[in-house]
Design a protein around this ligand. Sequence first.
Ligand SMILES: [Ca+2]
Ligand SMILES: [Ca+2]
Ligand SMILES: [Ca+2]
Ligand SMILES: [Ca+2]
Length: 512
Amino acid sequence: MAIAAQFVFLLAVSCSLTIMPGRTEASPSETHGPIRIFSDSEFTAAKGVRSGTGTATDPYIIEDWDVSVGTTDGIRIESTLAYFVIRNVAFSGAGLYGYDGVSMAMASNGRIDSCTFQWVDVGVRGVSCKNITVSSSNVTDCRAGMRFDTSQDIAIKGNVVSLCQFGAGYQSSYRCTIAGNRIDNSSEAGIYLESSTDVNVKANVLENGQAGVQLTQSSIVIIHHNNIINNTMQGSELQGSGNYWYDPSSSEGNYWSDYGGQDADSNGIGDISYVISTNQQDRFPLMTRFSDAPPVAVVSPTRPACNTNDPLLANASQSHDALDVQKSLEFRWDWNADGIWDTAWVRDTLTAHRYTQVGTFTIALEVQDSCCNVARTTATVIVEDVAPIINIQQESGAVVHTRTVTVTWQSSDGGSGLDNFEVVLDGGNATIFGNATTSAEFSGLQNGNHTITVRAFDKAGNNASDTITFAVDAEAGLTYPLLVAGVGVLATVIGLVTYVILRNRKRNTGNQ
Ligand SMILES: [Ca+2]
Ligand SMILES: [Ca+2]
Ligand SMILES: [Ca+2]
Ligand SMILES: [Ca+2]
């Protein structure tokens, strides 16, 4: 009796762990029938679209619905290029081998985020898709969590998949990632790749399944920083080539719960390889479970500025992550830090926004890594339309008798501050000087009239200029090097004459 009670208790704990909702937020209140979209023009309110215009920064948003999957797929999207997001939608079905939650064919530029799937065939399925992200979603009791065939540029990240036959997989797909997912209790395989190329499998937790990571006829697959725990078959590779069960750049592999090696030098890497098959090994097995760190969010410059005519080009390119290269990071912006994000998650590090009013604004940037970890930062933006003040110190109309001229100026900007100067001689190419420069020298000027313009730019892009005109009247043959030569000849002549006179005087004295 006591043993039975303990067993029930353990089972309850185990279940509460495996169905832990992770990062999903789905709590939809309205039901919606099946949604079928077969072209970009069908992203309409009648099809569940709540907002958006279909661009990368303002995608169509289908969100906050409760969709039951019965005699057809919950959401079917075909032959689209418009950007879309399916967010916070709960899909529930009648059972396996029926219909899918989200099913896409020849769809591009989509994101399925923070959705839940239960008792459907495949949570998210894609065939011949491009640039699709499935993130922060929760799949339980389905045949498979996510599956893409003949697709490219797909990211499956930060999802929880429990109690399904298969977790997440690709077939005949290219340039894809599976990162930061928790996949447990898979009765077939947690992660499965077939005939796929250039796939990054990182920082996933694969626990208590039949197979952890299963590769068939795939190449250039890199499997690293995963926690592979208590699966019947932890990893397998069949007929592959060019695959690595560790990260070749960092020389770090995966955590394997059944690894038996030691770490004599205490560097966190086991001293012998973890053997996957006769010709595949993790050469750098991790001694402890890996936990991915969030990225670092950076807005640069730290104090951006713009005017109301030109957009701010917000720059997140200095953001970084320990595990990800920059192109794996995503960014979103809130231009007034009111907590309402003004862009969707975008991959471009530069995003334009035009302010219609001058003032000082706080902007917020969030950066998401390939495991769905997020970092946030804020910066102050100065929006101002007042041009700098610039005054050249020399008077216009002067005549100078030299071929080298130095122009000096005074400049200031009370708003965003000076950024740089452009100096132009006689309408030629501009020479750029930094904001601390106060003079520029021109040499080798020809005789005649000249013009010099100095243009000051502030950090907001406003500018003002001052111009002087002057004439050069330097006589030919009297330029500096010739003058020195002339003086030298004269000195030599004087010296010779003096020498002759003195010698003649001596000779005359000696003759006396
Ligand atoms: Ca070691
Ligand atoms: Ca990270
Ligand atoms: Ca906002
Ligand atoms: Ca200004």
